[in-house]
Design a protein around this ligand. Structure first.
Ligand code: SF4
Length: 435
């Protein structure tokens, strides 16, 4: 294993499909799939948790993936890196555990600012059966309380890219302190959000008199929110099945809500918390209405561009269902197929109720069959991963990279127009090119 090959600095998933039944037929496919692995989520997670470091234990391929996903920003102190497993480690000629210990010691002695170190597993570390949770425990004995060391897997064998966030947050849950026995009800917003979005949400919750409100992940690794039976969880991202289960095992309770995408989704998301806190209707309207009206007005210009456009979602980010709901209900698009890697019936309960009838819902992927369906349907816009976008563009089909929707601040009222813009832009661009 070579010393940590640093990658540049820049800033949250479920292994098991929820067993709760979806309220409509779902096409389930298992075949070849085209998605990034869970390591990709480090790109936004390391921006979010500002005193954390992500040490991928992987191959040169893993290092290249991270560098290309994050871009090369060598002017910043990187907060992620890859400890590269060399061939001799794979051949069992070196004790990879000792090597990893050496790399971690070297890293932490150079980086006193790091308060939380994640050892992130990869395909190679799984293949050679490196026991990263045990390593994390052992190293914690050496470096705690100054540095907390945790492990999770971002391996592409079983995870899609947003599952990296789920695995990371699920690894954090056992570290959360227990709330006091007489704790007042609190709200825990779960899922990485851009700071600008988090600040807007905090202001609106304050206005509604809802609190205390805490966020997971927090900006600082040392700010761990307490959890227990008085904790109400409002998910900000739909791909956090393992994290939710871990929180529920600690006594927390989820508030059922759609996701805060678009004016309608954001309104209903706040309304779920407001109901739990008994916020009077008049106060809710006084606080929420101005922002909701602004968002609705801002969507009008995108609606004229998107109305009637036929949209096909390939499975990638797990944001597909809420995004499709937003596109259909607020921008008058027509949905052909809404594919998602995993369909969490429970987490998506409110979303599935709002989804218009008509589109095919599919879970998992058999990419060739799905491409056939897509070509036959001849959609106006395909939302898909990077690997499919180029060939489809070459066939004359407009595409939107789904990963862009994860990297961009899209949640909340103020971002509704930007979110719509991400979908209308390919059409505007084509119109200009044609002109
Ligand atoms: Fe590739 Fe696996 Fe490394 Fe991801 S974890 S970059 S899929 S080798």
């Amino acid at each position: 294993m070579s010393p940590a090959a640093t990658a540049p600095d820049l800033t949250i998933a479920d292994h098991a499909t929820d067993t709760a039944p979806a309220p409509r037929p779902v096409l389930r496919e298992r075949g070849q799939r085209e998605v990034f692995c869970g390591l990709t989520s480090i790109v936004w997670l390391h921006r979010k948790i500002q005193d954390a470091f992500f040490l991928v234990v992987g191959s040169r391929t893993c290092a290249h993936l991270l560098q290309s996903a994050a871009g090369v920003m060598i002017f910043a102190e990187p907060r992620f890196a890859t400890a590269i497993i060399e061939e001799r480690d794979l051949a069992g000629m070196a004790d990879a555990h000792d090597e990893l210990e050496r790399v971690v010691t070297q890293l932490l002695s150079h980086r006193p600012d790091v308060k939380l170190l994640f050892l992130v597993g990869s395909c190679p570390s799984e293949v050679i059966k490196l026991d990263l949770p045990r390593m994390a425990q052992k190293l914690s004995g050496t470096f705690s309380p100054k540095v907390r060391i945790l492990a999770y897997s971002g391996s592409g064998i079983e995870t899609t890219f947003t599952q990296g966030e789920d695995a990371c947050l699920a690894a954090l849950v056992p570290e959360l302190p227990a709330e006091p026995e007489d704790a007042a009800p609190s709200l825990l917003v779960v899922g990485a959000l851009a700071e600008i979005v988090e600040d807007q949400f905090r202001r609106l919750f304050d206005g509604l008199g809802i609190g205390p409100v805490r966020f997971l992940p927090a900006r600082q690794a040392t700010e761990l929110p307490p959890v227990g039976p008085s904790t109400h969880v409002l998910l900000a991202q739909p791909f956090l099945g393992d994290t939710l289960r871990a929180l529920e095992n600690r006594g927390a309770r989820r508030l059922s809500a759609p996701f805060p995408l678009g004016a309608e989704g954001t309104d209903a998301w706040f309304a779920a918390a407001a109901r739990e806190w008994g916020v009077p209707e008049r106060r809710f309207e006084a606080v929420i209405r101005p922002a909701r009206d602004r968002a609705r007005a801002a969507l009008d210009r995108h609606r004229s561009e998107l109305r009637g456009k036929r949209v096909f979602f390939f499975p990638d980010s797990q944001l597909e269902v809420p995004l499709a709901r937003f596109l259909a209900r607020e921008l008058d698009t027509e949905l052909i197929e809404v594919g998602t890697p995993y369909l969490h019936g429970k987490i998506l309960d409110a979303e599935l109720e709002m989804m218009p009838s008509g589109p095919l819902l599919s879970e998992g992927q058999d990419v060739e069959r799905q491409l056939d369906r897509c070509r036959q349907a001849a959609p106006d816009l395909v939302v898909c991963g990077l690997g499919l976008a180029n060939p489809l563009e070459a066939e004359g089909i407009a595409t939107k990279w789904s990963i862009e929707l994860v990297f961009s601040p899209i949640q909340g009222f103020e971002q509704a127009s930007d979110l719509a813009g991400l979908f209308s832009r390919p059409f505007v661009r084509r119109t200009r090119l044609e002109v």
